[in-house]
Design a protein around this ligand. Sequence first.
Ligand SMILES: *Cc1c(COP(=O)(O)O)cnc(C)c1O
Length: 346
Amino acid sequence: MGTSILHIDLGAVTRNWRALDAKSDASVQTCAVVKADGYGLGVGKVARALMKAGVKTFFVAAVEEGVILRQAVGPTPRICIFSGHMAGDTDMVLDMQLTPMLNSLDQITRHFNALPDHPFGVQLDTGMNRLGLEANEWSTVRDLVIGKKPMLVMSHLACADEPNHPMNAQQLAAFKDMTDGLDVPRSLAATGGILLGADYHFDLTRPGIGLYGGLPFDDAEPTVRVECPVIQIRDVAVGETVGYGNSWIAETPSRVATVAAGYADGITRHISNQSVLFDGDTPCPLLGRVSMDLITVDVTHLDHKPRSLDLLCAHQTVDDLADIAGTIGYEVLTSLGHRYTRRYRP
Ligand SMILES: *Cc1c(COP(=O)(O)O)cnc(C)c1O
C-alpha cells in the first residue's frame, strides 16, 4: 500500500443531513449541496447515499457538475445549478434535466429564448455582490419572471458563520423586501443560515459543509479519515536534519517515520513543522517540510513501530488542520485530491 487511504463515512454524511434537517420545521425541504465533487468526497457515492436518506433536491456549481450528478442519481432528483444558464449550457440543461438558477438579465433572456418551458430558479443578490440580480434589476423583471413560475427564488448569506454579524439581519430584510407576497418557494440558508434559526429557513435549505462534518455545524460528525502508511522508520542522531531545506534539526536522538502523503494529496505545505499525526490516540509531531509525496513524523515516544499514522481523524478534524494552515475546513476537504485509495463505509 503506497498511497494514503481516504476513509469516507457515508453513514456520517447522512446522519449529518438528518441532524440539519431536524433543525427546521417538517414543512421545510432540506436539500443538499454536492458541488466540487461532493466537497471532495465523491459526488456519486455521496449523492446516492443522501438520496436514500430522503434528499430530493441537489445543488451544484456548474452545469458540467450537474451532468455527472445526473448520471449518478438517475432521473428523479431535482438538480439545481448555482451558476445559472451560461452560453453553451442549453443542450446540457435540456438533455440532463437541470434547473439553472438565473443570475442576471442576460441569463433570464437566454433561458426564456432557448428553453421557454424548462424549469428554472432565480438567484437574487442581497448584499454579497457575488451572484444574482440586484434589487433594481429584479423590480424590472419580477412580474414577468414570477408569471413563468420559477421553482425557487434564492439568495446567499455572506456572514452566516458569525451568528451575531449585523449583515445577517440586513440580508434577511433585503430578501424579504424582494420576495414577500410572491407565490414562489424561497431559500436563503446554507449550513450557517440553518443554525441562525427559523426566520432564515423559508421553504428550502441548502446545507453543504455541515453534511461533510465541517464548521459552522459544531455538532457534525467527522466524515473523513486520512490514513498514511509508514514507508520507512529511521533513527536520527543529535544535529542531523530532516527533509527539504534542513528545516528540522534533531536536538535529541530521535526516531523518524516517513509516511506516504504530501502536498500533491492536498496536504498543504503550510503545516510543515506544525501539526501532528495520530497513532491511535497518541499525537506524533510532523517534522520538517511537507514534500510532494512524503511527510516525516516524530515517533520517538512510541513503544512500537506504527504501520500507518492518521493525519485526519476524530482527534484532528478538517477544521483543526485548517486552523493550523490558516484556511477553512472547506478548503482542506476540497483539496484532498485524486491519489488516495478511497474506502467508503455505507
Ligand atoms: C456552497 C453554497 C452553499 C452551501 O454552503 P455551505 O456553507 O457549505 O453549507 C449554499 N448556497 C450557495 C449559493 C453556495 O454557493
